[in-house]
Design a protein around this ligand. Structure first.
Ligand code: G3I
Length: 357
């Protein structure tokens, strides 16, 4: 755990701000974290140190969020750029910012096919040393207090056909997933251990949902210490939609396995939609409602986090060409000027379980 002295020395204290009075005036003091908590849910968001340098983002995050997850600071390419040489500065700053402001943290990710430093794959190929995984997991799980952590991220192939290629799969075979969860539990018995992926959300993805359940069944049968499933929740307002019946049935299967459910990276891509802003915002809010109304109706669901709060920051690389053509994505609860959008109200309504809010 990071000491306050260490935090202040890290210069991250500039990120701490006085307790928020009201980011949007007295007329509307509602907060997503309060509405969510009133129904037993945690609401939060991904945050990055570059976002926490903007006061308006910080005020909105402190107003609406009870939990944060690092957007990139906990990825191995950022943390261990050279083998055995960790750079914890930015991740420490995020965790200390959360601690100073009374927010909990979730971790993301420990083991992933992506965002690994260039030295890792060659090292695994040279020597299949389990400590290249377990040592890293132990280092993070012992250094940080996390409510939950994405132990393995995106292990299933995007078409749902088996496991996705990964330096970990090459080195250890499918058992790499078991290894990761056992190492995480051994290092920190308190954190909830999550398998996190995208692909179960959209209607057409029957095979992905079936492969996910098969993966979970294997872990459970081998007594691997897994506590929950993370649905990333990268939705599309004008693409493949959520099929509420299929999603409900799938989530009931997850719950029947004794697992908790989290929405870990919610955003609603609006590419392919109308150019008229209000129509795009309505489409984004409607798809989020269709998804969340089903997810929040399942008693195993305990948390929803968006993948940042504001359209100001994250654009998916595969859509950068659209951005170059002047397209601004409107995937998140706040716009680039930190004004609330219909998606903010959709989140509030879904948490409250009410259609007029
Ligand atoms: O490392 C630099 C850092 O030094 C610099 O200060 C900072 C600010 O500019 O940028 C850092 O680099 C980039 C980082 O995003 C922050 O913008 C990395 O080069 C870039 O690879 C990284 O991309 C992130 C990506 O995961 C890979 O880690 C995206 O922001 C992030 O949105 C994306 O998130 C993933 C989830 O982890 C898993 N699910 C899908 C989701 C969206 O792709």
């Amino acid at each position: 755990m990071i000491s306050r002295r260490h935090f202040l020395a890290s210069g991250a204290s500039a990120l701490a701000v006085p307790a928020l009075t009201s980011s949007s005036g007295a007329q509307d003091r509602r907060s997503l974290k309060a509405i969510a908590a009133s129904k037993g849910f945690v609401f939060g968001t991904a945050a990055a140190t570059y976002e926490l340098k903007h006061r308006d983002f910080v005020l909105a995050a402190l107003h609406d969020c009870a939990q944060l997850v690092p957007e990139y600071e906990m990825k191995r390419d950022a943390l261990e750029p050279q083998r055995g040489q960790y750079n914890f500065t930015d991740l420490d700053a995020l965790f200390s910012f959360a601690a100073l402001n009374g927010l909990s943290m979730r971790g993301h990710p420990l083991v992933w096919y992506a965002a690994n430093p260039p030295w890792l794959a060659p090292a695994l190929q040279a020597r299949r040393d389990e400590r290249l995984m377990t040592g890293y997991i132990q280092t993070l799980m012992r250094r940080y207090t996390m409510t939950s952590v994405d132990v393995v991220n995106e292990a299933i192939a995007p078409d749902g056909n088996g496991l996705r290629p990964s330096p970990w799969l090459d080195a250890f075979g499918p058992r790499y997933i078991d290894m990761a969860f056992h190492a995480a539990r051994a290092a920190n018995p308190r954190a909830k251990l999550i398998y996190n992926d995208w692909g179960c959300e959209q209607g057409p993805n029957d095979r992905f949902r079936a492969t996910t359940l098969k993966l979970l069944d294997g872990l459970i049968a081998r007594r691997v210490p897994i506590d929950g499933l993370g649905l990333q929740g990268h939705l599309e307002a004008f693409g493949p939609r959520v099929d509420q019946r299929k999603l409900r049935d799938f989530l009931n299967e997850v719950r029947a396995r004794g697992l908790s459910i989290l929405v870990t990276e919610l955003d609603v891509l609006d590419s392919g939609g109308p150019s008229e802003i209000a129509a795009r915002d309505r489409g984004v809010a409607d798809e989020a409602r269709r998804f969340l109304d089903v997810v929040l109706d399942n008693p195993a669901t305990n948390a929803v986090l968006t993948w940042s709060l504001s359209d100001r920051y994250i654009d998916p690389p595969e859509e950068w060409k659209l951005k170059l053509m002047g397209w601004r994505f409107r995937k998140l609860p706040y716009d680039a000027q930190m004004r609330r959008k219909p998606l903010w109200n959709a989140l509030a309504q879904s948490f409250a379980g009410r259609h007029s809010f």
